[in-house]
Design a protein around this ligand. Structure first.
Ligand code: SF4
Length: 251
């Protein structure tokens, strides 16, 4: 704050200095891959997430395919590290929106069908690793696994280039509430069974942080950990299940 009065011009800092906590999810999904954010190129970071995912969750398979477009760099990284060939087994229709933020279930389901189309010649008889950036409700992943299997894949192994998304964002991103996030109430094996995959592996929190070349000190990663850098008293009123967060934060 600048104060100009008879004593001249003076500068004051009335608020406590707070360290910035940039959003780690920018590196997973939100940002364009050609962006540079917080000093890093998003494409390179996502490719490293894929490499790390391959180190953490190996599988015998014939091809690696991304959920286009956001899963492409991580799938390239996974293919490079594992030595399994990269293919485009799903083609995206670029004239429809992102299903993650479609508000109504019916629109999201319809969105998956018109957004992605399988390439049967690529998938038929193959053990397929499908790379996606996140699983939110699980409904989209389930439809994609079925789509890949119906196109002839003999096995479908899902790999996610971020940790389980168990907590909503209260900082302006339109994520579902906690009850709708499948990983808030289901184990990884329960999610695997729900999406009907042969196996499921998520990138670890440590793997995600190492992909951006930083410790978790500087980033908000509340989607995965529930450790919100700014507290939200209204959570208690909104949803009793959020009480746990406050208890956790107090410890
Ligand atoms: S909770 Fe934090 S990490 Fe998650 S989307 Fe919001 S700002 Fe990003």
């Amino acid at each position: 704050m600048i104060v100009v009065d008879k004593n001249g011009m003076n500068s004051f800092f009335p608020f406590k200095k707070v360290a910035p906590t940039p959003c780690i999810f920018e590196f997973v999904y939100f940002a364009r891959p050609d962006s540079y954010i917080f000093g890093k190129n998003v494409y390179q970071v996502r490719k490293e997430q894929g490499r790390q995912l391959a180190r953490e969750h190996k599988v015998d398979a014939d091809i690696v395919i991304p959920i286009p477009d956001s899963g492409v760099p991580a799938a390239l990284g996974y293919a490079e590290e594992s030595g399994i060939p990269f293919e485009l087994g799903l083609i995206r229709n670029h004239y429809v929106g992102r299903t993650f933020i479609e508000p109504q279930q019916a629109i999201r389901h319809f969105g998956v069908k018109i957004k992605l189309n399988p390439v049967r010649e690529v998938l038929k008889g193959k053990r397929v690793v499908v790379i996606d950036d996140s699983i939110v409700r699980g409904t989209t992943s389930r439809k994609i696994v079925k789509m890949v299997r119906n196109a002839g894949a003999s096995e479908v192994h899902v790999r996610i280039s971020s940790p389980p998304t168990s907590y909503p964002c209260y900082y302006g991103i339109d994520t579902p509430n906690r009850k709708e996030l499948i990983s808030s109430s289901h184990s990884i094996d329960e999610i695997r069974r729900y999406i009907t995959a042969d196996s499921l592996g998520y990138l670890s929190e440590e793997g995600l942080m190492s992909s951006v070349g930083a410790t978790d000190a500087g980033f908000c990663n509340a989607c995965f950990t529930g450790g919100y850098p700014v507290k939200f008293p209204q959570l208690v009123q909104d949803d009793e299940s959020q009480m746990g967060l406050f208890e956790k934060e107090k410890q």
